[in-house]
Design a protein around this ligand. Structure first.
Ligand code: SF4
Length: 343
């Protein structure tokens, strides 16, 4: 287990290729087989209306904007059917912090999805959404999560973590929850026997110290709870948003990815972010600690609203993994392997 200081030193000073080698060694210690997993999934953004107005976000709209929308149950079921028809198993339902929808909307939605598509795993609602729904519905976080779990919610994605350092959050998303609230939701979900993932959006205004602080908070929480099935670092995308700035290099992305693998010894799966890095860098990510390619994302609206659009279907992901010398395997949200693609 490396310390905060050692991690900071690795991120800022270590030789690039040595960093990749150390991360790869650790990856193979946890996953001795040369398998790279991915899930067939779909993102559904039920609304783009959001009260939060994060400066880095190009996706949200205000209520009354001409392109503001809120999907109804039938709209969502149609999309879930398309996912099911291509053999998908994971649904990531996320959206803005809508001023007028309460818990009943989600209970109805999740119950209908589970009724028609019981094999689909609902991995949905970031901690900020859970808190927002609880407030709008006058419920505690624990009650909100219990009700959503009973309706079919199985796993909580770590979205909205950005950087878990409040000084940075105050700058880039001043109206969003602080890091302790993010952790509190995950803790309550853990107490209910749920699982989730952790993310990190870096490359906006934070420094290397903030990145390592974020990793440290994730590692400590994981030590206590074992809640996270995976860690997914991805880069801030400037474009069509208030924050602006420049994109960090793929070189820096790979450094952060490798340090994440080395520092987070207690999280088994580290995902490559092909949505922000594109196919070629995500292949390189497999030599910097990643063992998972994330999802096929039949639909993606949040990153693409910044103007960046990488699209890959299942066959392309399979080819990408093979080309890099690994065995592709389809998994579900629980990281259980459904199919190894050997030919
Ligand atoms: S990142 Fe999420 S919470 Fe922030 S403005 Fe965009 S939709 Fe709203």
């Amino acid at each position: 287990m490396i310390t905060y200081r050692e991690a900071l030193d690795l991120l800022t000073n270590e030789d690039f290729l040595k960093l990749g080698k150390s991360a790869t060694e650790l990856r193979f210690r946890l996953h001795p087989e040369p398998i790279v997993t991915f899930v067939v999934d779909r993102n559904i953004n039920y609304t783009n209306v959001c009260e939060s107005g994060c400066k880095f976000c190009a996706f949200y709209r205000r209520e009354g904007d001409k392109d503001a929308y809120l999907l109804n149950v039938q709209d969502v079921l149609k999309k879930v059917k398309e996912l099911s028809d291509v053999g998908g198993t994971q649904l990531l339902i996320q959206g803005g912090l809508h001023p007028n929808i309460k818990i009943d909307y989600f209970v109805k939605l999740f119950k209908e999805i589970k009724k028609h598509f019981p094999h689909i795993i609902i991995h949905s609602l970031s901690p900020a959404e859970v808190i927002h729904i609880a407030k709008k519905s006058n419920k505690t976080i624990a009650d909100t999560l219990r009700i959503l779990k009973d309706a079919g919610l199985e796993s909580i994605p770590g979205g909205g973590a950005e950087i878990l350092v409040d000084e940075i959050r105050k700058e880039i998303s001043p109206n969003k929850i602080g890091w302790k609230d993010w952790e509190f939701v995950m803790r309550e979900a853990s107490k209910l026997g749920m699982k989730g993932t952790a993310t990190m959006m870096f490359g906006s205004i934070e420094g290397p110290e903030d990145i390592i602080k974020h990793l440290e908070r994730i590692r400590n929480f994981q030590d206590e709870t074992g809640f996270f099935r995976a860690f997914i670092p991805w880069t801030y995308q400037p474009g069509n948003n208030e924050l602006g700035g420049k994109k960090v290099s793929s070189y820096y992305y790979l450094r952060v990815l490798a340090v994440s693998r080395i520092f987070l010894h207690n999280i088994e799966n580290i995902q490559a972010s092909w949505v922000t890095q594109g196919p070629k860098v995500s292949q390189l990510a497999l030599f910097f600690g990643a063992n998972d390619m994330g999802g096929t994302m039949l639909e993606e609206n949040v990153v693409s609203s910044t103007g960046l659009k990488f699209i890959m279907d299942k066959n392309e992901i399979v080819e990408l993994i093979k080309e890099a010398g690994f065995i592709p395997a389809v998994r579900n949200t629980r990281y259980e392997i459904i199919e190894k693609i050997l030919d």
